[in-house]
Design a protein around this ligand. Structure first.
Ligand code: URA
Length: 234
């Protein structure tokens, strides 16, 4: 059992006096009932809601979002809204992004507060595939697939890109799978072969596919199975 005010401090990340105020404002329910006293003892797995959002102490959180264009992947930005304002959850500022996307890129974005997990998603050592649908300004040239499969030298990088797989969908549309995440990598790869990316959408990271039911700007929690895709095998 745990005191309700202590539970709130931990689950919401507020001070004891802020928790007391939230309770007084009748914004907290336990198993459906408004509770105003922080001294009440509750079970650690009680169904506690704050402003209708369910809270838990059960540790790390994992979400996928269908990132819309025009939102930046940082906590603050002077010019554009951030993806975090799309999250209707408690303490979104405690989450970070596992593999950022450019402001104009759309698609699968992973958000978590589990640093080890995001490290496994993003670190080159784990060679997590990322598949992008790419729309181009000019028709894709014959030799691009082979060039990307060999690796290409990007300006300012010490090493060539790792072999990447490209599949032509249309004259100006391809699927590209890369295994690392250099800065603006896809746009720079196409720039290096004289083309220009005009639209970019991430469809998958490793074995995790973007949920087709998520409209741009929507998100959902990852399932246990999806989280486990990036955990060390037992
Ligand atoms: N490569 C890019 O150039 N931009 C992205 O957002 C992701 C990959």
């Amino acid at each position: 059992m745990i005191r309700l005010d202590k539970f709130l401090c931990e689950a919401v990340g507020v001070t004891r006096s802020q928790a007391t105020r939230l309770l007084k404002e009748q914004r907290v329910t336990v198993d459906g009932e408004v509770i105003k006293s922080g001294a009440v003892k509750i079970a650690e797995d009680a169904d506690v809601e704050f402003d209708g959002m369910s809270l838990s102490l059960s540790g790390p959180r994992y979400y996928m979002m269908n990132k819309p264009a025009g939102y930046v992947c940082s906590h603050e930005d002077a010019h554009n809204p951030t993806v975090f304002i799309l999250l209707d959850i408690v303490s979104p500022e405690k989450l970070h992004i596992a593999g950022r996307l450019d402001c104009d890129t759309t698609g699968l974005l992973l958000l978590t507060d589990d640093g080890q997990w995001s490290h496994r998603v993003t670190s080159p050592k784990h060679k997590c595939d990322k598949r992008y649908r790419v729309w181009l300004d000019d028709p894709v040239s014959e030799d691009t697939e082979a060039t990307f499969a060999e690796g290409i030298q990007l300006r300012g990088e010490r090493t060539e890109t790792l072999p990447a797989q490209m599949e032509k969908v249309d004259e100006k549309e391809v699927l590209l799978t890369i295994h690392e995440g250099k800065y603006h990598q896809v746009k720079r790869m196409f720039a290096a072969v004289g083309n220009k990316v005009v639209g970019l959408h991430r469809e998958s990271v490793g074995a995790l596919e973007l949920d087709a039911d998520l409209e741009p700007g929507e998100y959902r929690e990852l399932t246990e199975e999806e989280i486990a895709l990036f955990m060390p095998k037992k």
